[in-house]
Design a protein around this ligand. Structure first.
Ligand code: CP
Length: 321
C-alpha cells in the first residue's frame, strides 16, 4: 500500500490551484475551482444530452488512458471528452502489456511519457498512486479512481447533476446509502458536496459504515425509508454480491428490506431523486423499474460525466498553455 497524501503535498497543490496541472483529489479544488468547472461543464450540456457541436479547444493534445481496474463510464466518458475537445487518446491495457512481465509502474509511466503524451488518466487500486506518479512525470495526471480514497471526477459530475436538477447545491439533503466503507465515491462526494453547501447523511449496515473522521459527525439513518423522509437525493452505492455471500452484510432479503430502493419505495417518494455512480447491481440496491423512473438521474449523471471531464481537461490545459 502506498502512503496517503501528505498535508504538505496538498498545500503545494493549493498554492498552484489557480493554475491546475494535475487533478489528484477533490481536496485540491477550492469551492471557486469547483464552481468554475461546473459552470464550464454546463455550457457543454443541453437539457437532454450534449451540445451537438464539439469544442476544439485541445487540438494537438495527446492523452493515455491507463486503467488498472475495470471501467465503463469513466473510461468511455474521458475518451468521448477528449474526442469532443479535438484531442487524441490511446488506451493502455495492463493485460497484454509489459506489466505482466514484471515492469514497474514507474518504468511504464516513463515509457509512456517518452512517446510524447501530454496527459495520463489513471485508475488504480492502490491508494496514493496518483500522487506518486505526479511526483515523477512531466505529464498531467488525472485521477480516474484511486483505491478506496478518491474519485474526484465522479464527485464533480455528481455535483453538476445535482446543481442542474435543483438549481443549487447549498441546502440540498443527500443521503449516501450502501457500501461506504470500501467506496472512493463516498469520500470524494462527501467532500465536494459538503463544501458546496449540501447536507450529507449516510445509511448503511454497521459492517459497511466508514470509520473516517470525515463521516464521524454526520447524521446516520438506520434504513432508507426513514432517510427518504429527510432526503432530496438518495445516492446509492453498489453492494457487491460477494459481500452478502461472505456474511459481511445480512442476507440479500435483509439488506433489501432496509437499504434498497424498491419500485414501491420510489413510487411512494417520487420527489426524492435517485443517483448511483454505477455500475448498478439490479435486484440488490435497486429494482430494475427504478432505472426508468422520472426521479432516477443515473443516466443523466453519465451525460454530465462527459461534460465535466471536458471542463476539467480544458481547465488543466488552458491554465498551463
Ligand atoms: N462510476 C464509475 O466509476 O463507473 P465505471 O467503473 O464504469 O468507470
Amino acid at each position: 500500500m502506498i502512503a496517503r497524501q501528505s498535508a504538505g503535498f496538498f498545500f503545494a497543490l493549493f498554492l498552484q490551484s489557480m493554475s491546475m496541472r494535475h487533478l489528484l483529489s477533490s481536496q485540491q479544488l477550492s469551492v471557486e475551482n469547483i464552481t468554475e468547472i461546473l459552470d464550464m461543464a454546463s455550457t457543454f450540456l443541453t437539457p437532454t444530452g450534449l451540445q451537438p457541436t464539439a469544442q476544439r479547444a485541445l487540438v494537438d493534445k495527446r492523452f493515455v488512458l491507463a486503467f488498472f481496474e475495470p471501467s465503463t463510464r469513466t473510461r468511455l466518458s474521458f475518451e468521448t471528452a477528449i474526442d469532443r475537445l479535438g484531442a487524441s487518446s490511446v488506451v493502455f491495457s495492463q493485460a497484454g502489456s509489459s506489466v505482466e512481465k514484471g515492469e514497474t509502474l514507474q518504468e511504464t509511466i516513463h515509457t509512456i511519457e517518452a512517446m510524447g503524451f501530454d496527459g495520463i488518466i489513471i485508475r488504480h487500486a492502490d491508494n496514493g498512486v496518483h500522487e506518486q506518479v505526479a511526483s515523477y512525470t512531466k505529464m498531467s495526471v488525472i485521477n480516474a479512481g484511486e483505491g478506496s480514497t478518491a474519485h474526484p471526477t465522479q464527485a464533480l459530475l455528481d455535483a453538476s447533476t445535482i446543481r442542474e436538477q435543483f438549481g443549487r447545491i447549498r441546502g440540498i439533503n443527500v443521503v449516501i446509502t450502501g457500501d461506504l466503507l470500501h467506496s472512493r465515491v463516498a469520500r470524494s462526494n462527501a467532500d465536494v458536496l459538503s463544501r458546496m453547501g449540501a447536507n450529507i447523511a449516510y445509511c448503511a449496515p454497521d459492517q459497511l459504515c466508514p470509520h473516517d473522521a470525515q463521516f464521524a459527525q454526520l447524521r446516520r439513518f438506520d434504513n432508507v425509508r426513514d432517510a427518504m423522509q429527510w432526503a432530496d437525493v438518495v445516492y446509492l452505492l453498489r453492494i457487491q454480491r460477494e459481500r452478502i455471500s461472505a456474511d459481511i452484510v445480512p442476507s440479500l432479503d435483509e439488506y433489501r428490506k432496509k437499504y434498497a430502493i424498491t419500485r414501491e419505495l420510489a413510487l411512494d417518494q417520487p420527489h426524492v431523486m435517485i443517483m448511483h455512480p454505477g455500475p448498478v447491481n439490479v435486484g440488490v440496491e435497486l429494482d430494475e423499474e427504478v432505472l426508468l423512473a422520472k426521479q432516477c438521474l443515473i443516466h443523466r449523471q453519465v451525460t454530465h460525466g462527459v461534460a465535466v471531464r471536458m471542463a476539467i481537461l480544458e481547465k488543466i490545459f488552458s491554465d498551463n498553455d
